[in-house]
Design a protein around this ligand. Structure first.
Ligand SMILES: Nc1nc2c(c(=O)[nH]1)N[C@H]1C(S)=C(S)[C@@H](COP(=O)(O)O)O[C@H]1N2
Ligand SMILES: [Mo]
Length: 510
């Protein structure tokens, strides 16, 4: 079956399978050579360069699924472009080559530009574009067609052959992507396995098991957030390539003696455990981006004392293996609070999601200015350096604002009339919680009973007995910190430096 030329649809199909092969080859070469995949590289560059309004829109629409949405968006855009290129390349082969070249170049530049990558990371995109472009022009090129018998049709386009090679290309693309995904999965599994190795001197005997039972007021709200339930917020599309044998953390900048520690050297230093509640600046009033854990590690002030912070240093500026940065005032590291280089979480090695091998935790500061995961270096510097979120519209300083949250009953729950419990958590890290008050409808504020005070750096649970009358009720909570300051009722949005306002829920009692 021959015709003179492929139809528009056939052109689009040729573009699609060639594009898929280009992406598949790119992913496969990246996985084999252990560099960032082209799609992830482009995605990360999009995340880093997206304007503020787009970021906010993405988070509003997709929440923590924003990264999945980004991947799907990139693939969709590539598919549409590849189909269009295939149609155009039916008559003008150079359009196909140019298009694949442009996308290959974007992938190559993005990959080579990612932190921790070198020009070698450009190779997968270049190879993918070459293979894809070549397959496309071959699929659409008229060729001599062999027919039985002595006569030969000089030139034509063989539809049957097109279907076969097109199908084979699609299968090859899927196979390449599949193998690449499996290899990437293996890489992450290897990292997880390394992170599963037990730490020296970590709990079972440590703090995790010494939390007083009085820290909890209701079995449904754990005082220590189980690691698997701990919120995760970061800009990383894939986990950084951690090589524990080569990993070091450098302490440098405005210090008398620059220092550098390997993982084993950190583990050999005196290990301490602290209960610290970590909170994201993006946590809405009543939100879930807050968690309480037992962190194990080395005190940052001890390390900085050894390095000798020079006068004039204003900011502790840290960088992660994936290039993310943040900074907080030098005072927060030296004023006696337990800022830590963390290697363990809740009695186990710090998990990959939460920054393995080493992260920072600084009590009292939002994560975006302090809690660098996958830590690479710490520099003592001035405020001239800006952390990742600062030029993106967030405040330079990020002290955590006092908040309280109702966890029991759940918002919009239906509860039985009669004796009930209203319970939740309140936090004012590094200041501590003095009191929590609860109000039902427009009634009087009532003092909640506070759970055992474990640490000023950790949240505190509270509970109030309530004789619930039938009907619809609105329950409001507010906390007062140990300086005597009560949470403001004024609602502020999360940007630029954290939400304020009282958490309130509605319940139906019958
Ligand atoms: N490398 C890196 N570290 C990071 C971030 C990031 O995007 N990249 N996000 C920060 C933010 S905004 C918060 S709130 C905390 C969250 O830590 P978690 O994911 O362990 O809960 O990590 C901080 N550390
Ligand atoms: Mo955050």
């Amino acid at each position: 079956m021959t015709t003179d030329a492929p139809s528009r649809l056939e052109g689009a199909a040729a573009g699609l399978v060639s594009g898929a092969l280009a992406v598949g080859v790119g992913m496969l070469v990246a996985a084999i050579t252990d560099v960032v995949s082209p799609i992830d590289a482009v995605g990360s560059e999009v995340i880093d360069r997206a304007p503020l309004w787009l970021k906010e829109l993405a988070i509003r629409w997709f929440g923590t699924d924003d990264k999945l949405a980004l991947r799907i968006g990139i693939i969709t855009l590539l598919a549409v472009a590849a189909a269009a290129l295939g149609m155009a390349a039916r008559r003008r082969a150079w359009i196909g080559w140019t298009g694949f070249g442009v996308f290959g170049l974007i992938g190559a530049l993005a990959a080579a530009h990612r932190p921790g990558e070198s020009v070698g990371a450009a190779v997968p995109s270049v190879l993918g574009a070459l293979v894809g472009g070549w397959v496309l022009q071959r699929a659409l090129r008229p060729r001599p067609i062999e027919v039985p018998g002595p006569s030969q049709v000089p030139l034509g386009w063989d539809r049957r052959r097109f279907l076969v090679t097109g199908g084979a290309t699609a299968v090859a693309a899927a196979a390449a992507a599949g193998v690449a995904t499996a290899l990437e999965g293996k890489r992450v599994d290897d990292l997880r396995e390394a992170a599963a190795a037990p730490l020296p001197s970590a709990s079972p005997t440590g703090l995790v098991n010494e939390i007083p039972s009085g820290a909890t007021v209701d079995p449904s709200i754990p005082f220590i957030t189980p690691t698997g339930d701990f919120y995760r917020i970061d800009t990383a599309l894939s986990f950084p390539r951690v090589d524990l044998k080569k990993w070091r953390v450098d302490i440098k900048g405005m210090v008398d003696t620059p220092l550098s520690f390997s993982y084993d050297e950190l583990l050999a230093m005196p290990q301490e455990e602290r209960v610290v509640t970590l909170c994201c600046v993006s946590n809405e009033v009543g939100g879930e981006y807050v968690g309480n854990a037992v962190w194990q590690g080395v005190m940052l002030r001890d390390v900085l004392d050894r390095a000798g912070v020079q006068p004039g240093a204003e900011q502790v500026f840290s960088t992660s293996l994936d290039g993310w940065t943040c900074g907080f005032p030098v005072e927060a590291a030296l004023d006696g609070r337990d800022a830590m280089l963390v290697v363990g979480m809740n009695g186990s090695t710090l998990p990959l999601e939460h920054g393995y091998p080493v992260r920072l935790v600084v009590p009292g500061l939002y994560g975006y200015v302090s809690a660098t995961k996958w830590l690479e270096k710490i520099e003592l510097t001035t405020w001239d350096r800006q952390g990742y979120w600062v030029p993106r519209g967030w405040s330079r300083l990020g002290p955590i604002k006092t908040q309280s949250r109702i966890d029991v009953p759940r918002a919009n729950a239906k509860v039985a009339a009669g004796p009930q419990k209203i319970a939740g958590v309140a936090w004012a890290q590094h200041t501590g919680i003095l009191s929590v008050e609860v109000r039902v409808d427009d009634g009087e504020w009532q003092q909640a009973r506070l759970a055992t005070d474990v640490s000023d750096d950790a949240w505190r649970q509270w509970v109030l007995d309530w004789d619930a009358p039938a009907g619809e009720h609105r329950i409001t909570v507010r906390a007062t910190d140990k300086t005597g300051a009560t949470q403001t009722e004024d609602r502020a949005p999360v940007a630029p430096d954290g939400a304020t306002g009282w958490h309130a829920i509605r319940v139906k009692v019958s």
